[in-house]
Design a protein around this ligand. Sequence first.
Ligand code: LRH
Ligand code: MN
Ligand code: MN
Length: 423
Amino acid sequence: MIDQDVIDRSNAVAEAALRADYAALGEHLDRRGIDIDAIKDKVAAYGVAIPSWGVGTGGTRFARFPGNGEPRHVFDKLDDCGVIHRLTGATPSVSLHIPWDDAAPAELNAKAEETGLRFDAMNSNTFQDSGQPLSYKYGSLSHTDPAVRQQAVEHNLYCIELGRKIGSKALTVWVGDGSNFPGQTNMTRQFDRYLGAAQDIYAGLPEDWRLFTEHKMFEPAFYSTVVQDWGTNYLIAKELGARAFCLVDLGHHAPNVNIEMIVARLIRFGKLGGFHFNDSKYGDDDLDTGSIDPYRLFLVFNELVQAEGAPDFDPAHMLDQSHNVTDPIESLMSSAMEVQRAYAQALLVDRAALEGFQKENDALMATTTLKRAFRTDVEPILAMARLEKRAAVDPVGAFRASGYRARVSEERPAAAGGGGGIV
Ligand code: LRH
Ligand code: MN
Ligand code: MN
C-alpha cells in the first residue's frame, strides 16, 4: 500500500520547520491563555468518515472522465480509504453505500482489518434501479404502489442486516422521491406514505442503532421533493422516535441558507444526527470541503464545539463529495484536513469573552472574537498531530512520492472504473 518509509522520509524533510512553527504558535496561543497541546490532542482524536463512493471519479449528468486506477469494487475502495487514513490519520472509518458496495460481511471485515478501518453509517440506495424487480422511477418509500414501498423498506432492512455484521451502528436514508410537475402528486398523501414506510424501517432498527434521514431541496425531482428541508426532516425524526435523527449534508440547502443556524436548532431539540461535509457554490455540487466557504464550515464547528459534552450529543461526521478534476484520494485527504482545521479553529474561540460580548450586545467585538479564532493558522497543530501518529506531515506530497496511483493503475483497468457518486 503506502510504505511507512516513504512517509518517514517525507516527514524527516519537514520536521524541523514544523517543530519551529509549532513552538511559535504555542507561544502565541499561550498569550491567549490556550494550551496548544490540549488542542492538538483533541484534533488528533478527531476522525471523519470517508464515503466509499468518493474514491471513484464522480462525473456529472453530462459526462464522466475516469482517472487512472479507479477502484473496481468495494475492496479497491477500501484500499484507497486505507491510504487516506494512513497518510492523514484523520479518517478511521468508511461509510458504505448499498448495493454499490454489497459484499460478503466476512470479506468486508477482513478487508477492514487489513486496511485498519471501521465501518461508519450504512447508506441505502432506492434512488436508482439496479436490477431489483420493481422500478423506482416514480419513487421508493413514498411510491403510490405499496409493493414498491415494501421493496424499498426491505432494501433498507437488508442494509441494516449487513451493517450489523460489519459493526456499523447507523443507517442513513436519502430518497430522491418527489415530483417533476405541479399536480403530479398529492404532496400530503405522498408524505404520509413516506412516513409509513420510514416507520417500518425504524421498527427494524436494532436498539443500539440510529436512523439518519437526509434532506435535500431538489434533484432528481425538480418540482417538489418529499424530504426537502430540515423542517420536514425534523418532523420525520420526531414522528419516528428517539433513535431517529436528521442528517445535514452541507450542499443540500437553498443558496444563502444559514446552515449553522439549522445546526443550532437541531442541537437544541436533540435531533442532530450527523453531517455529510462538502462545499457548494450553486446546489448539491459536492465540492471539496472548505474549498468555497471555509468560514461557513468554521461557523458550523463553532456550534458543535459549543455543544460538546452535552448529554447524548454525538453527531456522526462524514464527507460526501464527488471529484471530477482531481485525484479523489488527494481531494478526500485535503477535505478531511479542512474539517479538522475548522474543528481546531472552533476550539480556539474564547467562549467566555464571546458570551460577555453577547450579553452586552457588543456585536463588533463578538464577531471579532470569532474572526480571531478563524484567522489563526492552525496548520502546525494539524501537522504535529499527524507527525506524532507517523502519518504524513504533508499527505498530498507523500502520496505523490509514494507512486500509489501509478501502481494501482497497472492492476485496475481504466475501462472498469466506476465509483458510484453520480448525485
Ligand atoms: C444525495 C446524496 C446522498 C447520497 C449520496 C450519494 O445527493 O448526498 O447522501 O447517498 O448523495
Ligand atoms: Mn449526502
Ligand atoms: Mn448530495
